[in-house]
Design a protein around this ligand. Structure first.
Ligand SMILES: Nc1ncnc2c1ncn2[C@@H]1O[C@H](COP(=O)(O)OP(=O)(O)OP(=O)(O)O)[C@@H](O)[C@H]1O
Ligand SMILES: [Mg+2]
Ligand SMILES: [Mg+2]
Length: 540
């Protein structure tokens, strides 16, 4: 019962249209913790695998990670390089002399008694992430979120609470202890939840593109704390938000909660101090208030030297950065591609890590195939068709047959692959036949252990051999006859009635029958047209 109520409440929060009162401005700032996917941990040579915990708790731990007295930290410079890549991509000012500080607090999963972080002199300050109305789906045409700072720090271990025969127990797993993190702190520049949603997505895409983190919220690889305030009232910090919808719903809830307090004149009592709250899935709940705020007694870590960088490091890091996703997307939105935002993003942002191909190779293949297709396109250029043949058909088959793109290019380089797309575009074969043909060619190629070459692929010959050419105009009368038979064979009285009434659903059913009968040699649109003609239905 409780869980049903819970779900109902969640639904009301997310479905209700959220608007802010213009006199009570929403102000929001984020603190984002991102685990770096370096080989080793931040200050030890243990393997950096925070997710080993399920099968092997406390497995990837060195004496330093479990804080055996007398062990000392040794900085892993790979983490510094990752931080520099991120700082550079965000246009931050890189600090040539940054340092580590100790942030003291006691907790079971923090055996050192302090966390090594960067408080006084972080690796980078300033910079920004820009979002756009069209690309990032925000209401403003453009919105810049300024970055306060980026700091390197250690992750803590994890506590697991279980209730067993011996009562409640707290188990500590230190696999995550000393895993490298970057904390990104933004300025309180967000004024709407859609900006927060877009920022998180864009930041996730960025760390994935830079290959510095998996960026997953679900696994805790990325964790977002949100600070929310209204006008000049104190900020409330929200923690323990496991995914984007919790983040968005918690902000909406918190804004409304604060607004109610302010409007009812109770701000002096309930909104006087900063406070940290959590999210229970339906509402924000108080975790601690200002009075119980911990004094972390920050102090420079005497066991770690300054991170001193040469000035040319900044320039060298910039050189190894990949092209920005926004630039790539914009180039696909423009001539000659004119792609939709969705397709442009799919080609520009790597959401999927595959051993068979990387995003850059796919992008390059698309561009070259597009240009080849454009040279021979029978009608107006249909970029959507090329996108679909590259992103869905090509990648789908590579995954299905486990063929690396590198091998694929030996047999179907852009010049050859575009031939297939032109055949489909020209109506020489239907797209279903084209798909079968592609699968056949690739399957043979794989079975032959990749010995075939481009010259061995003769699409025209294969179309004749398998007799899969689209039905030509000469066959039109035959087509009509067959369609009439399909209608005559319907024996369900209800369906006959809806066919007579020209119901869309009924026509769809007939088209399905036709597709089966002609085994994909006739296009669905063509069949629909013939059925509509026979039934005397005007295309609406
Ligand atoms: N008026 C405000 N309303 C909402 N958010 C704010 C406001 N002022 C500052 N913030 C946000 O509060 C956050 C402050 O983070 P910061 O890491 O500097 O300090 P902290 O939260 O006190 O420390 P800790 O790292 O221990 O949580 C930033 O994300 C900033 O944008
Ligand atoms: Mg904070
Ligand atoms: Mg912080």
């Amino acid at each position: 019962m409780a869980s049903i109520r819970y779900r109902l409440l969640r639904n009301t929060i997310s479905k209700r249209r959220f608007t802010t009162d213009p006199n009570f401005k929403l102000i929001c700032g984020l603190e984002v913790h991102t685990q770096l996917c370096t080989r080793n941990k931040l200050f030890s040579l243990s393997t950096n695998d925070p997710f080993a915990s399920i099968s092997k708790p406390n497995f990837h731990t060195s004496y330093f990670d479990i804080a055996v007295p007398g062990t000392k930290p040794k900085l892993n410079y790979e983490c510094v390089l990752y931080a520099l890549k991120l700082a550079s991509a965000l246009n931050s000012d890189i600090n040539l002399n940054s340092q580590f500080d100790r942030k003291h607090y006691f907790y079971g999963d923090q055996p050192q008694g302090y966390q090594i972080t960067q408080h006084y002199s972080p690796i980078a300050k300033g910079g920004y992430l820009e979002m756009f109305g069209d690309i990032d789906r925000i209401k403003d045409e453009k919105k810049r979120i300024n970055i306060t700072q980026l700091q390197l720090e250690q992750d803590t271990g994890m506590s697991h609470y279980i209730t067993g025969d011996n009562g409640a127990q707290s188990m500590i797993d230190l696999n995550r202890s000393n895993v490298p993190l970057i904390e990104l702190v933004t300025e309180p520049d967000f004024s709407h939840v859609d900006q927060v949603r877009a920022f998180i997505k864009k930041y996730q895409d960025l760390v994935r593109q830079l290959k510095i983190s998996t960026g997953d919220l679900e696994t805790g690889s990325m964790r977002v704390d949100v600070n929310v305030s209204i006008n000049d009232y104190p900020r409330i910090e929200l923690k323990n938000l496991p995914n984007t919808s919790s983040i968005v719903n918690a902000i909406k809830f918190e804004y409304q909660r604060q607004l109610k307090i302010i409007k009812s004149g109770q701000a002096d009592q309930f909104l006087k101090h900063q406070e940290t709250r959590g999210w229970d899935g339906a509402k924000t709940v108080k975790l601690r208030s200002k009075e119980t705020t911990i004094d972390y007694r920050y102090m420079p870590d005497p066991e770690l030297r300054l991170i001193t960088l040469d000035a040319d490091v900044i320039e060298n890091v910039r050189k190894i950065l990949p092209e920005s996703s926004d630039v790539k997307i914009r180039s696909f939105l423009a001539e000659p591609f004119n792609l939709t935002v969705k397709d442009a993003k799919m080609l520009s942002i790597s959401s999927q890590l595959s051993k068979l191909y990387n995003n850059e190779e796919v992008k390059q293949f698309f561009i070259e195939t597009f240009h080849e297709y454009q040279k021979n396109a029978p009608n107006e250029v249909r970029s959507k068709l090329v996108v679909s043949w590259v992103l869905h058909e090509l990648l789908g088959n590579l995954n299905k047959l486990n063929i690396p793109l590198k091998e694929f290019l030996q047999i179907l380089p852009p010049t050859k692959y575009s031939e297939l797309i032109v055949l489909v575009d020209n109506g020489d074969i239907t797209s279903s036949s084209g798909k079968l043909l592609l699968f056949h060619v690739l399957k043979e190629f794989k079975d032959s252990n990749y010995i075939k070459k481009t010259e061995d692929v003769d699409f025209q010959g294969l179309i004749r051999q398998f007799d899969i050419g689209a039905l030509s105009d000469m066959d039109k009368s035959k087509l009509e006859k067959e369609c009439k038979t399909i209608i005559a064979e319907v024996d369900n009285p209800k369906l006959i009635e809806s066919i007579k009434a020209g119901k869309t659903k009924a026509v769809k059913y007939l088209v399905g029958q036709g597709m089966r009968k002609f085994q994909g040699r006739v296009k669905a649109q063509e069949l629909q047209r013939v059925f509509q003609d026979i039934l005397n239905i005007n295309d609406k």
